[in-house]
Design a protein around this ligand. Structure first.
Ligand code: ATP
Ligand code: MG
Length: 258
């Protein structure tokens, strides 16, 4: 599905990603974890063609990322950003329909009835039906995140990229959103890559994780092998305990001083 080989990336001649190697298979739910500033969003932006890497290679569905036309790549990828660049007052329904823009046969054609029905159906799934005519800039943080997910899912992507998708969601919506992504994996055989700060949500949903630290992959593997007190101390400088429930590890926070 996606392979990264020896990727390095610099902002203004300073290297922020160093020798990244990664392999994502169909059906994977990959969690990208690591402290603030460790390079998670930078890595995701490289995978999304938003940044232009000079060293190494990213291959998506057997083709080099650099060889994709923007629109061609937009058709196979869905992205839910950490910060939205959306500053224009648009109705929620119009923002959802942006997800259908890439499948228009011609940019001057209008959306079909089917496009509009699918957008409404998505709004229903995400409990956004009553917001369709609202100005998207007037939504709460969590409502807005659900619109961003709806827009990404409406593209029917083969790979779904999520940058801190649950940061503004209450726990119920966080679980619902990640369940929805998991359903997409099971029904449409897609892959999901999600940057997550909530380690317990990562444990619940991810079948693979990487820990980034200072722009390098410090560890990669299954949650079970990597959620260890020593590793979490090394990556986050975090003191915690680990507890098991249904064979999955969960982080128990402690107030222990350093
Ligand atoms: N456009 C830029 N120019 C210069 N430095 C940048 C730029 N964008 C990001 N950086 C720096 O690169 C480093 C990695 O940033 P990045 O946004 O990838 O971190 P992150 O792991 O996503 O952090 P967070 O958890 O806070 O979102 C940071 O030190 C950041 O300040
Ligand atoms: Mg980030």
């Amino acid at each position: 599905m996606l392979e990264i080989k020896n990727l390095s990336f610099s902002y203004h001649n300073k290297e922020f990603l160093k020798d990244i190697n990664l392999r994502l298979e169909r059906g994977d739910f990959l969690g990208i974890l690591g402290p603030n500033g460790s390079g998670k969003s930078t890595l995701l932006k490289n995978m999304l063609k938003n940044l232009d890497y000079k060293k190494g290679e990213i291959v998506v569905l057997g083709k080099k990322l650099k060889d994709y036309e923007l629109k061609e790549f937009a058709k196979i990828s869905g992205f839910m950003p950490q910060h939205s660049q959306l500053h224009t007052a648009l109705k929620v329904i119009d923002v959802l329909l942006m997800g259908k823009f890439v499948s228009l046969k011609h940019s001057f054609l209008d959306y079909s009835k089917q496009d509009i029905d699918e957008a409404k159906q998505m709004a229903k799934i995400l409990k956004l039906e009553s917001f369709l005519d609202r100005n998207v800039l007037s939504l709460s943080g969590g409502e807005f995140q659900r619109v961003m997910l709806g827009r990404a899912l409406l593209k029917k992507p083969k790979i779904l990229f999520l940058d801190e998708p649950t940061s503004a969601l209450d726990l119920n919506y966080a679980i619902e959103l990640l369940n929805l992504c998991e359903d997409m994996i099971n029904t449409n055989n897609i892959s999901v890559i999600a940057i997550l700060h909530d380690l317990n949500l990562a444990s619940l949903f991810c079948n693979k994780i990487i820990f980034l630290k200072d722009g390098k992959i410090a560890y990669s593997g299954e949650v079970k092998e990597l959620f260890k007190k020593e590793i979490l101390k090394e990556i986050y400088d975090l003191n915690c305990d680990i507890s098991y429930h249904n064979d999955k590890p969960y982080i128990i926070l402690t107030k222990e001083k350093k």
